[in-house]
Design a protein around this ligand. Structure first.
Ligand code: PLP
Length: 479
């Protein structure tokens, strides 16, 4: 690595990205390429001789950009936003530029120590009880995704419970509880840690609870399992479900988990970010009853991919389950038990210095601007929701809590609802002017508008509504 060309070429790439952002609205939001398009454009073997950055960037422009769905476009309303920011990019650049691999404390003390500090900063912004903080009796770690966080907490819960039950043969008795709105990552993680397929309980939700988990139904399922000789292991509650942004009753679920001595995890991947604002913090009430909680700053906290915060009350169980040691990793600091070795808090050995990114995001914005960012997205969602409500052809399908609006064109016959709204969704997306996705709850197909791309402003939301209305005219609906 030659520092001079490093500097020159990095600047060229930064300029390239800046130009991309300047022109981002010119691209169709959802890529229009066909499967296999790229192999027609690129050679099928690697170059033998080095190529110039100019040539490579030309190919990025001509071959890669057309195959991108532009997640950072202000007209991207699909899935959940992955909101990038200058601060997040600067942090990512530092992380990647320094490229240290802080698997244990001694391998890069600052990487570990900054991570612990930032996890406490984040925890304090969310007003988590001190039992989740290093400054209290718990602690936190940065993972790449919620999936990794959940699989690690499940492994910790499994090993803790199996030890209590006196043998690993009891694994077939362990049961995991979630709702039909819980992210599929929990099911996948349960499978990965060896939970029998038939021991994964999916508790149905409905319009009557606005798709949040009913504590009574959870308790009934647990009682039935206990009668059958099974052992309740793990319950997942969600703050801001993926499909419709529902919130599970954390306090009541926490009490049930306590009563049955189960591990209680809170998945706040999307909406956890909102809980830094006092008006959203009540959704976290009862968190003191949880064993672990995770949220993704890479969704709604201006932190470029990837970044998932996981806090635990009793970090010991995670470490007991995940620690592994090799002679080449032995060192005095670890053996003195006075340091955190994050390799024992995750699946992989190697790890990125993600804390730099989150640290810079928090410092460059400050809590005040981070709250402003959340609130302005919520205000835009409220504005969009009001436009939907004011038009008698449309209806809100699930009441909005955060910056996700779930709506549909009202069908004349319920049986036509899915076809009608798919048609509208396709018409909007294929225009290239915006990109939204869909959900199905209670058998009802609807369109999701997730607001929160960093560059989205009010006029983008108004334009989206105009576009939806324009396309709705052609959706065989008489107004
Ligand atoms: N949990 C919820 C509530 C989500 O909305 C998502 C993603 O949308 C996930 C988990 C998965 O997160 P990750 O991709 O970080 O594993």
């Amino acid at each position: 690595l030659d520092p001079q060309s490093f500097s020159d070429e990095s600047k060229a790439v930064v300029d390239f990205i800046a130009e991309y952002y300047r022109n981002i609205e010119k691209y169709p939001v959802q890529s229009k390429v066909q499967p296999g398009y790229l192999s027609e454009k690129l050679p099928d073997t690697a170059p033998y001789a080095p190529e110039s950055l100019d040539d490579i960037l030309k190919d990025v422009s001509e071959s890669i950009l057309p195959g991108l769905t532009h997640w950072q476009s202000p007209n991207f309303f699909a899935y959940f936003q992955a909101n990038a920011s200058t601060a997040g990019f600067l942090g990512e650049m530092l992380c990647s530029g320094l490229n240290v691999v802080g698997f244990n404390w001694i391998s890069s003390p600052a990487a570990t120590e900054l991570e612990s500090i930032v996890m406490d900063w984040m925890g304090k912004m969310l007003k988590l009880p001190s039992s989740f903080l290093f400054s209290g009796t718990g602690g936190g770690v940065l993972h790449g995704s919620t999936c990794e966080a959940v699989v690690c907490t499940l492994a910790a819960a499994r090993d803790k419970t199996l030890e209590k039950l006196g043998g690993s043969e009891n694994i077939t008795r362990l049961v995991v509880y979630a709702s039909d709105q819980t992210h599929v990552t929990v099911k996948k993680s349960a499978k990965l840690i060896g939970i029998t397929k038939s021991n994964f309980r999916v508790i149905p939700t409905s319009f009557s609870t606005k798709f949040s988990l009913s504590p009574e139904n959870v308790q009934a399922a647990i009682e039935e399992d206990i009668k059958a000789g099974l052992v309740p292991l793990y319950l997942c509650g969600t703050i801001g479900t993926t499909a419709c942004g529902a919130v599970d009753p954390i306090m009541e679920l926490g009490k049930i988990a306590r009563e049955y001595k189960m591990w209680f995890h809170i998945d706040a991947a999307y909406a956890g970010s909102a809980c830094i604002c006092p008006e959203f913090r009540p959704y976290l009430d009862g968190v003191e009853l949880a064993d672990s909680i995770s949220m993704n700053p890479h969704k709604w906290f201006l932190t470029n991919m990837d970044c998932c915060c996981l806090w635990l009350k009793q970090t010991k169980f995670l470490v007991d389950s995940l620690s592994s040691n090799s002679e080449y990793l032995r060192n005095n600091a670890s053996e003195s038990n006075s340091v955190v070795d994050y390799k024992d808090w995750q699946i992989a050995l190697s790890r990125r210095f993600r804390a730099l990114k989150l640290w810079i995001v928090i410092r460059k914005h400050g809590l005040a601007n981070l709250m402003y960012h959340i609130r302005s997205d919520v205000d835009m969602a409220r504005r969009f929701e009001a436009l939907v409500v004011a038009d008698r052809r449309f209806e809100i399908v699930v009441p909005r809590k955060f910056a996700l609006v779930c709506f549909r064109l009202k069908p004349e016959l319920e049986s036509e609802g899915s076809k009608l709204n798919r048609k509208l969704l396709d018409a909007v997306n294929s225009s290239g002017r915006a990109f939204m996705t869909h959900g199905v709850v209670g058998g009802r197909f609807y369109i999701r508008v997730a607001i929160g791309s960093t560059m989205t402003e009010e006029h983008h939301v108004d334009d989206l509504w105009m576009l939806i209305k324009e396309k709705a005219q052609n959706c065989s609906y008489s107004n």
